[in-house]
Design a protein around this ligand. Structure first.
Ligand SMILES: Nc1ncnc2c1ncn2[C@@H]1O[C@H](COP(=O)(O)OP(=O)(O)OP(=O)(O)O)[C@@H](O)[C@H]1O
Length: 259
């Protein structure tokens, strides 16, 4: 089966010469939920920025390729790739800038040419998926942080992406909002790649984890196996919260230990 996301030998140095990625391979199949873990400065954001062509190995600072559903990320395919790969950034305020929730969620699909009832249906479906339909006419800046994060997810879902990439989705959420967002994400019919430092969240949501460290993939396997490999964890500055034991966690059947 062809991976929906195929990263091959990706290397990238920033213009100042800092080598952020070195020969990264990552193959994600349709419907997978994958956590991208790693210490600060590992290259996670740099990798994510390559997935919809914000950064590109082709700019002369890198090597390798990124292919989305068979489509290489080139200038010619950039718009289509950006529709297929939806990125939810850590700060929802980077993605919300219109006067109402409805207008923000409509912005992307309207740019694709959707209008009238089809546009309204697309917007309301996306808001329904994140439990924010009742907030459609509210100004985003009147919402709480957790509500704005959900709307940011809806702006991306409204583009009907094949791959949903989330940067630190659980950060700054209270425990109930954190759990509710996990339920929402688990219920989506989409391939999911989630950058996170929240290791319990990775275990809860993603059967598979990839660990990036100093620009290289140092582990790729079952999240449970990664989080219980104390040598690997220590070597790459990954720490479980105090008192959290993956072995004892009651987890959903597709994300948990294969006992
Ligand atoms: N614009 C830039 N110019 C030069 N170096 C950069 C730039 N952005 C990031 N870097 C460097 O590239 C490396 C990877 O950074 P990146 O932001 O991808 O890490 P990260 O894994 O997302 O970290 P964090 O967990 O802290 O968000 C770091 O050493 C960082 O200092």
């Amino acid at each position: 089966m062809t991976p929906v996301l195929d990263v091959q030998g990706l290397s990238y140095a920033y213009p100042d010469g800092h080598q952020a990625l070195s020969g990264v391979d990552l193959h994600v199949h349709a419907g997978e939920r994958v956590a991208l873990l790693g210490p600060n400065g590992a290259g996670k954001t740099t990798l994510v920025l390559h997935l919809n062509g914000i950064l590109s190995a082709a700019t002369g600072h890198g090597a390798g390729s990124v292919t989305v559903s068979g489509l290489p990320i080139t200038k010619e395919h950039l718009l289509e790739v950006r529709r297929r790969v939806g990125i939810v950034f850590q700060d929802p305020d980077d993605q919300l800038f219109m006067g109402s929730v409805r207008a923000d969620v409509a912005f992307g699909p309207a740019n694709l040419g959707l209008k009238g009832q089809a546009l309204e249906d697309r917007v309301m479906l996306a808001l329904d998926l994140v439990g924010m339909a009742d907030f459609a006419d509210r100004p985003p800046h009147h919402l709480s942080f957790g509500q704005r994060r959900r709307v940011a997810v809806a702006t991306v879902l409204a583009m009907e992406p094949e791959i949903l990439v989330l940067d630190e989705p659980s950060s700054n959420l209270d425990p109930a909002s954190r759990r509710e967002l996990a339920d929402i994400l688990r219920g989506l019919d989409v391939t999911l790649l989630m950058v996170t430092h929240d290791l319990p969240y990775a275990l809860e949501l993603c059967p598979r984890s990839v660990v990036l460290s100093e620009g290289r993939v140092v582990a790729d396997g079952a999240t449970y196996d990664v989080l219980t490999d104390s040598e690997l964890m220590a070597a790459h500055r990954l720490e479980l919260p105090w008192g959290f034991d993956p072995r004892a966690m009651a987890v959903s059947e597709d994300a948990g230990p294969i006992a």
